[in-house]
Design a protein around this ligand. Sequence first.
Ligand code: CP
Length: 311
Amino acid sequence: MKNTLFGRSIIDASEITHADIEAVTARAKEMRKMVNEKGGDKRLTGKIMAALFYEPSSRTFSSFVTSMQRLGGGIIPLLGMNNTSVSKGETLEDTARVFSAYADVLVMRHPEAGSVKTVAENALSPVINAGDGIGEHPTQGLIDLFTIREKFKEQENLHILFIGDLAHYRPVNSLSKLLSLYPRIKISFVTPEQVPIQGSLRKYLQERKIEFSEQKDFLEKIGEIDVLYVTRVKKEYMDEGLYHKIQGSYIVDKKVISRMKKDSIVMHCLPRVGEIHTGIDQDPRSIYFTSQLQNGLYVRMALLDLILRKD
Ligand code: CP
């Protein structure tokens, strides 16, 4: 299979093609097999990654670091940006030039949408967007798409329902754009009226003639959906007043899940803060601590391998 990702930056899900998805899918399956059999190998020996995280992270940071380590590569040991020259006022453009002079790939998270693109425009190495403000989180989108496609072999007529603060939840932007590559998918967005999906995403889906709806009540469709994608209210991106108004608007518990189809799934890319009751964690439909989380490692290993090695 052709490696369409070699040497490329991953900034926005709209740049990801069917060919890219097939390449990542095949490589991620190989990675899963390899990790399960022997933990890793040495294919990225001599390659270095810099993880530039201007915002906190557990999953994205750790899975990228361990992906590099499992493939024999090295990392610049950064834990956030506070101990770098960013604290002395270094610009994004200069930071891009500096770290890309030492590292073969940059993985970056930042609170401002568009910031990772700025870095990619100034870097000498490929840059992977690990979340830029309310913009995008394309690798999470790829992980979620991989997880959905593994569960439902056919993408025909799947119905995905996103609930929560969709105005600020970047993985929803990325996954929705990726889902739009499969035109027979149906999407429902359920939000409090203060935090609807972004206008740019609405336009993107309309232009591609994707069937989608926006509403407030999520129980209305709960019995007909295949995927319930739950999100956290992004407290860090709003004022206290709005947070207290919308936090707790939707809670997924045993009563809710009992109305869902037997072969449906509940996803959340985590962290959660109360929107999913722990009482449903053991339900086989809840996959946020099982396949969705595990696939984060395999998909990010696949991405690093494809970006850093031609064959
Ligand atoms: N899913 C996700 O991006 O989690 P972190 O913020 O912990 O990286």
